[in-house]
Structure formats: structure tokens, C-alpha cells
Ligand binder design. Structure first.
Ligand SMILES: [Zn+2]
Length: 428
């Protein structure tokens, strides 16, 4: 069947609006929109009907009537030529029931749903009832149509273009600030505000500050997550926040050197313009001598996986003060230092974190150790190791769960009495 015959059969059997008709030929003659194309096809069919008046009066009547019912008014003239006074009742579109003619209205509703939300990029999605897609599929298989596009593409493209015009916002499908989901046929809009991310590094100059909130949310506000995250949450008017650290240190452990990288994710922010320099300065002033925030800046989603991966892998340097149960000579210390160089440590999950983490054996590299005698039973150690190695257990051996350990190789009971992360390899 040629295209003219196909179109004729389609419009005689199904009432179709211009968009739904033209969309079945979307990939042909791409320079035109579906609506325009549908209208042009109807024009062609109406001309065809007029040429049929002499030869096939019945056929011409049938076609002109179907076109008029599908909303093509010039066909009324054709019917007049046929001297037929017919009561024409326009039929709703078989596929969209008229939704496609309401896209401007839907776009305006979607645009107004953004009031009070700051965003510069938007993506538009849509929800189409299964029934509508099934009807379109039925038409495609019935008439062997191979050049159509899915109704979703047209809805999202058209609404997106109108919102761009109405609001001066950019459509960005990859990383939009906001995603609008428009439902067909009613035009209801769901507003999905995408998270905003900030990154930076923190230095913890004293012990006693936990990295994240306690799971029971005691509200004391004393964690690093809350100290840095709360002002961001307030300024962005977000609903909640998530803290992603490049690893973590125990509350009693200091974190110095270049600082520990982190990303803070704010969920459903209404504001995206934040005075980061002001926030950083205020935190650093308020927590002077205790906590420092460095390089606070905007981030994106990729930085979350970066801090997660690097948090585990990044090379870390620790300074520890170790107390021995009996004295040690300088010569033994030198020997111990060489034994603690470039070795693999097999570490079962420490007893103290077993409740939170699964029991497994981790293999971590200890690259370099420097030992300094403070007094015959007190040693200052610097360990350079792979991220994820538990240092307190590296020192005390955790009753044989960490092997080899400082304690085992020193042949003495050893306890970590002070610990500080002095450097973390750069990752973001
Ligand atoms: Zn339609």
C-alpha cells in the first residue's frame, strides 16, 4: 500500500489529531514538526477527496467526512461540493484524546509549579498511560508504520521548548537542577528537585568531634557533618542532607595535614546560590582551634563516588603515640622499623566495630614506618599506609585479629594513646 492509501485508511478508520497523525511519519522530512506534517497530510487527503468526487462519490464523501471529524475544517467545503448536509461532530483523537492540543497549557502549569524554586537547568519527562501507548502501537502494527516516534518524545520536546521560552531556562537532560514530570492526559506536574553538592576538606584540630551524627540523632549538633552541613542546609532551604567523607577517623582522632575531603549532598534544595566563602569563614571563626574547613566549593554527583572510592584507596599518613608494657632499646626500635616497611597487613574487622561492620579479612599495605623514641617505653610512630587500615589495631594487634602487628613484631603489649591523621592523598 502506498503512503496515500495508508494515510487514507488511517484517517477513515481512526480520528487522529494533527500531531498524532503526523507523528507516525516523524522521521520522514525531518524539517517539519509532527503537527505541521499531520496538517499537510490532511490537506493532501482533502485534495485527493476532491479529485474523487466524479469517479468515486461515495469514497470522496467517506474521506471528507473522516477528515472533518478529525478536525480538518476545509473538508467541510468538500462536503458542500458533494451537496451533502451532514451534521459533523468532531471526534476526540483516538490516541491522545485531545491532550496534544493542550501542551501549551500543560507547559504553563509546569512553569508555574517552579515558583519559589531556584534553578537554571530543567529536564522534562512525562507519564503516559499504558492505554495510550498501546493504541499507538496498535496503529503502527496495523498499518505497518516504520517512521513514527513515541508520543513521549513529542510531549517532552514540545513542553520543554515552551518552558525554555516561557522561563528563559535551559533544557539539560544530563544534569538538570529540576526534573518536571508531566502526566498525560491531565497535565498534572510532579516537581523533582535534584540534589545540590558541595565539596571541601576539613581539618580537625582536637579530639572529641565525631564525623557524622549519631544514628539516634541526639541533636547536639556537635558532629562535623552538622557543623558544616547545617549552614548549607539552611541557605539552600533543603529538606535534608547527606555527608560523604573520604573515609572517617574515630571521634578521638585528630585530622590534620591537607585535610580530609568530603562532599555534602543537600536533598531538595530550593536555593542554589550560596555564599560559600561566607559560610566557610563563619565556621572557621566559630570553631577556631577546633575545626577548619578548606576549599568549600560546588561539586557534582560524580564527586560522591570519587570520595567513596578514594576514601578507601587513598594513601594516608598517621602519627601515633604508642605506650609499651616494657622498655625497648634504640637498636630494637631500628630493627622493628625495618620490619614495618612495605608489608601487607591482614586485618580482620576490629572487635570494636564488629557490631556495625561485617566480619572479614582486609589486606592493606603498610608502605613506610618511622619510629622515634620519646622515652624507653613511649614511641612516636608515623605510618604511611593504604586507606582503610585500622591503625589502633595495627598497633595493639586486636588479640591476633590483625597480623602482623606492631605489638607482635615488637614482642610487647603496645597501646595507641594518641592518634592523628596527618595527611590524605588528594582525591577531589
Ligand atoms: Zn492526538
Amino acid at each position: 500500500m502506498g503512503i496515500l492509501e495508508t494515510c487514507k485508511s488511517m484517517i477513515v478508520e481512526y480520528a487522529l489529531c494533527d500531531s498524532c497523525f503526523g507523528r507516525q511519519f516523524a522521521s520522514l522530512d525531518r524539517g517539519f514538526g509532527n503537527k505541521e506534517k499531520g496538517r499537510a497530510l490532511k490537506m493532501l487527503l482533502n485534495i485527493h477527496a476532491q479529485t474523487m468526487i466524479q469517479s468515486d462519490r461515495k469514497g470522496a464523501l467517506k474521506l471528507a467526512k473522516a477528515l472533518a471529524e478529525s478536525g480538518y475544517e476545509p473538508s467541510l467545503v468538500t462536503l458542500k461540493k458533494l451537496r451533502k448536509k451532514l451534521e459533523i461532530v468532531s471526534k476526540p483523537c483516538y490516541i491522545c484524546s485531545g491532550s496534544m492540543s493542550r501542551l501549551s497549557e500543560f507547559a504553563a502549569t509546569a512553569a508555574s509549579s517552579l515558583s519559589g524554586i531556584e534553578c537554571s537547568t530543567i529536564a522534562v519527562g512525562c507519564r503516559v498511560p499504558l492505554e495510550v501507548e498501546e493504541k499507538e502501537d496498535e496503529l503502527k502494527s496495523r498499518f505497518k508504520l516504520k517512521h513514527g516516534e513515541n508520543i513521549r518524545y513529542e510531549v517532552t520536546r514540545e513542553i520543554g521548548a515552551q518552558i525554555e521560552k516561557l522561563m528563559g531556562k535551559k533544557i539539560n537532560k544530563i544534569q538538570p537542577d529540576v526534573t518536571l514530570i508531566v502526566s498525560i492526559p491531565g497535565g498534572e506536574t510532579e516537581v523533582n528537585i535534584n540534589p545540590i553538592f558541595f565539596k571541601g576538606k576539613y581539618r580537625k584540630l582536637i579530639g572529641g568531634i565525631p564525623q557524622t551524627r549519631a544514628p539516634w540523632h541526639d541533636g547536639s549538633g556537635g558532629s562535623i557533618e552538622e557543623i558544616i552541613g547545617k549552614p548549607l542546609l539552611e541557605q539552600t532551604k533543603g529538606e535534608s542532607m547527606k555527608f560523604h567523607g573520604a573515609g572517617r577517623e574515630d571521634a578521638d582522632v585528630r585530622m590534620t595535614g591537607r585535610g580530609r575531603p568530603f562532599v555534602i549532598e543537600i536533598i531538595r534544595p530550593k536555593i542554589r546560590t550560596v555564599d560559600l566563602a561566607g559560610i566557610q569563614e563563619k565556621i572557621n571563626r566559630e570553631y577556631d582551634g577546633r575545626l577548619q574547613v578548606l576549599d568549600l566549593s560546588k561539586a557534582d554527583k560524580k564527586d560522591v563516588s570519587k570520595v567513596k572510592i578514594f576514601g578507601e584507596k587513598a594513601r594516608k599518613t598517621y602519627r601515633a603515640l604508642i605506650k609499651l608494657d616494657r622498655e625497648m632499646s634504640e637498636a630494637d626500635l631500628l630493627q622493628l622499623e625495618s620490619k614495618l616497611e612495605n608489608i601487607t597487613i591482614y586485618q580482620r574487622t576490629p572487635t570494636r566495630v564488629l557490631k556495625r561492620r561485617g566480619d572479614k579479612v582486609r589486606q592493606k599495605r603498610l608502605y613506610k614506618t618511622d619510629l622515634k623514641m620519646v622515652s624507653p617505653d613511649t614511641i612516636e610512630a608515623t605510618f604511611q599506609c593504604e586507606g582503610g587500615l585500622y591503625i589502633k589495631e595495627l598497633i595493639n594487634g586486636d588479640a591476633g585479629r590483625t597480623r602482623p602487628s606492631f605489638s607482635e613484631l615488637a614482642e610487647r603489649e603496645a597501646q595507641c594513646i594518641e592518634l592523628e591523621v596527618t595527611d590524605i592523598e588528594e582525591c577531589i
